[in-house]
Design a protein around this ligand. Sequence first.
Ligand code: ZN
Ligand code: ZN
Length: 763
Amino acid sequence: MHAVTTVAEPAELLRRLRPDSVTHIERVPTRAGETVPWPAWVPPRLREAFAARGVTEPWRHQAEAANHAHAGRHVVVATGTASGKSMAYQLPALTAMLEDPRATAIYLAPTKALAADQLRAVAALDIDGVRPACYDGDTPREEREWIRQHSRFVLTNPDMLHHGILPGHASWQTFLRRLRFVVVDECHTYRGVFGSHVAHVLRRLRRAAGRYGRTPVFVLASATSGDPATSAKRLTGLVVEAVTEDASPRGGVTFALWEPPLVHSYEEGGDAAPVRRSALRESADLLADAVTNGVRTLAFVRSRRGAEAVATMARRSLDEAVPGLGARVAAYRGGYLREERRELEAALHSGELLGLASTNALELGVDLVGLDAVVICGWPGTRASLWQQAGRAGRNGHEALAVLVARDDPLDTYLVHHPEALFGRPVEATVLDPSNPYVLAPQLCSAAYEAPLTRADLPLFGPDAAAVLDELVADGILRRRPSGWYWTGEGRPEVDLRGTGGVPVCVVEAATGRLLGTVDPASSHFMVHSGAVYLHQGESYVVDTLDLDDAVALVHREEPEWSTHARDVTSLSVASVRSYVDAGPVGLFFGDVDVTSQVVSYQRRRIGSGEVLGTWPLDLPTRELRTTAVWFTLSPQSLEAAGVEDVPGGLHAAEHAAIGLLPLVATCDRWDIGGISTAAHPDTGAPTVFVYDGHPGGAGFAERAYKIAVSWLQATRDAIDGCACETGCPSCVQSPKCGNGNNPLSKPDAVRVLDVVLTSLPR
Ligand SMILES: [Zn+2]
Ligand SMILES: [Zn+2]
């Protein structure tokens, strides 16, 4: 084995790298952490239990959140990864249980694994008579009855609450009668349609507890985000205090933002436009440089294929420099056995392995200490993930290095040029829309099944509940009696918490019959059309057939050299305006729209270079979507005065970039939103750009965009203007999912269009 002797300080590495690709260096200082004395109300027994676990005093944010909850105020604690949010609910809940030997609490996690983790933490505190227990789909029947009768701390998930606990509330009455706290962990994961459903599941829990005379206190834990109090209020329907100042200690990190250089794409075989060097290649180079310098480095890549490509490229260039050095880089994928993971940890620990490229699978399950640097290939979607990944670097108080490599995408480009959006106050919010009628209707049916709905229940479900109930009665789904609304169906209402009423498409491996996952109907035409490359937990599959009647896509394992990109044609009509801003030549609107779209073809693009390998036609039916949208109109005169030459191109380019930047203000991904732009829309009579929610009834994304339009459109304008390309590229105005093949597009006119909007809208 080749010995590497020069172990550089990670920050020193930066100086040796290509400095013109670094757009910003942020030194995130070491934070010492601030403890406070235990709140006076915490019983000695509980303090001792924490002391036995090595916790002598709480961090300030832990005590602050616990104080709110103990005083009966609903609270959300929104602080960084590993800041000890669990204590915020453990203190008040376990105190209540020590003081009242009958008090109970319910804890909800988005995953069974997290619930199991928290079970261990609570059990380790060893408080007599709490008898914490997980209650989920894996809990054996014979244990369930015991848990209902004897456990006072039940850990479960929203699905179990919806499918098992609430419909069977009568058998939970002992527990519900004593319910003091409801804990909602990782509550930022309840977003979009799923979040909107969970919001009603929580309302149903409040109603069930209310029937037994309880009004439990809610304690929520969230990743850092913009406006956690508002999100928590939407999720629970309650006024919630927010604790956002993180007082836990943190190691120092030098954070570099990195933008790959523009290259001429003929080098990589595409058409003539300039493109950026791929983030994968840049990450591979960074990994190789780091390994050459003896810096232990982990590269996070979004797909397994990408992770393997990064490892292979890094190995190759290392072997060219020093034969044998390549062996010190490995790729990691999910699904390793326990021993394999331990071997990997040991190899990294001993320095035998210096570089590792991994998918995010590594966020769970492997304990890596002693890393010097982390390379993050592409914006991981949220700040929470960014910090989680960056947090992997740093050992024994050494300064760590993190590098975010921008992909060719408007949001990544914006972020590497606007560090304040990453290191300043967050604006990305978790959005959901419990008033969505496609969510509200099935949830009201579930509530009516659990117990007839009365007039007094209606405020709990929001101002739209009465109208939706009328429709359910008219459709014969509920029956109206003097005493309330009754479920008339046989058995329980069927509700899919992750869908919106449509049947999800099952993705099945043809050879084995194994169900890999489901895709909601709205995205199925895009994601699992025949010929589509479908990624599942980093593994690559190709779709053989999509059967829409049976809602099944049959796939086989294959890792082709290309990715697939579906293309559609879309039209939109305005159904109603809910709210608007009249700003002279500019109008900003939020309302309901009908979108008609058809996926007509797909492209294959070579992985790495993006070269288009060809276009294949598809024969899929049109889809109708009633949803919510945000849109803005501009008068033709204002566009002319601003010097806009190509109106359709300017609007279209602005639309693409606006969609690309929406995740900056609302946590969503590209399947959650769509857009359309036109120089003369029949319903507005003016040049218009629409951005709509991709799910029936809307999931809150368009509404959030409307409410924060100035910040959103300003960021969009800056992203376009700040891009170094001349005529538009995938980093600014081109979109990988454009139904029109990115034509027409005018980058300079997009900036002019947005300038007109921004100077007109009130700040
Ligand atoms: Zn550009
Ligand atoms: Zn387009």
